[in-house]
Design a binder for this molecule. Structure first.
Ligand code: E4P
Length: 213
């Protein structure tokens, strides 16, 4: 499973890109608002920091408007993927952008039916939101089940669309993404840092340091 950074904060991207394990970055309007810069400025900086696919989300609206906006970002850099919301207009926009060879990431996916719609339109990626689905169902495995069901469905029907496990809140979601067979997990900075941690690693380091004194 590939690791993407789910952030638009340039300082965070600079840091994690130096670890050498990031294959891409996803942004959304909330993340761009937190970054304090515009989507266009963020894209210009991120493509220089990460040699991988970078998702830029267009404003939800009519298919034609989303396509026009998408073309602008797609022209900025070959690694920019257009994030499109899961609506009928979004599905139409994905179909058009796919025909133009522009990569798409269909976001806000919460069901197998939505994933089928996105894949049928030719989406490069679908982003099922694990954390938000768990919150809604007050369950620990709703997000896991969704990613797994989509994975099985794509396999059964031979879709090439890849799954980006999104809305990851903690380490269990990272583990669940792998177990469910997600192609990619897009992970916030805080969780990325937690991924290298384990209390026994810390304990072991302390024991080794003391033994070496
Ligand atoms: C990623 O592509 C999504 O925009 C992101 O994971 C959303 O997560 P949230 O539920 O934390 O907003």
């Amino acid at each position: 499973m590939k690791i993407f950074a789910d952030t638009a904060i340039i300082k965070e991207i600079e840091e994690v890109s130096q670890w050498g394990i990031i294959s891409g970055v996803t942004t959304n309007p909330s993340l761009i608002a937190k970054s304090g810069i515009t989507l266009e400025e963020a894209m210009k900086k991120i493509v220089d920091l990460v040699d991988g696919l970078i998702s830029a989300e267009v404003n939800e609206g009519k298919a034609d408007d989303m396509v026009k906006e998408a073309r602008v970002y797609a022209k900025m850099h070959k690694n920019i993927v257009i994030k499109i919301p899961m609506t009928i207009e979004g599905v139409k926009a994905v179909k058009q952008l796919t025909s133009e060879g522009i990569k798409t990431n269909v976001t806000l996916v919460f069901s197998m039916s939505q994933a089928l719609m996105a894949a049928s339109a030719g989406a490069t990626y679908v982003s099922p939101f694990m954390g938000r689905l768990d919150d809604l169902n007050n369950a620990k495995d709703a997000g896991f089940n969704l990613v797994k069901d989509i994975k099985d469905m794509f396999k059964t029907y031979h879709f090439k669309t890849e799954i980006i496990a999104a809305s990851i809140r903690h380490l269990d979601h990272v583990d669940q993404s792998m177990k469910a067979g997600a192609d990619i997990a897009t992970i916030p900075y805080k969780v990325l840092k937690e991924m290298v941690e384990h209390e026994l690693t810390r304990k072991g380091l302390k024991i080794f340091a003391e033994a070496g004194k």
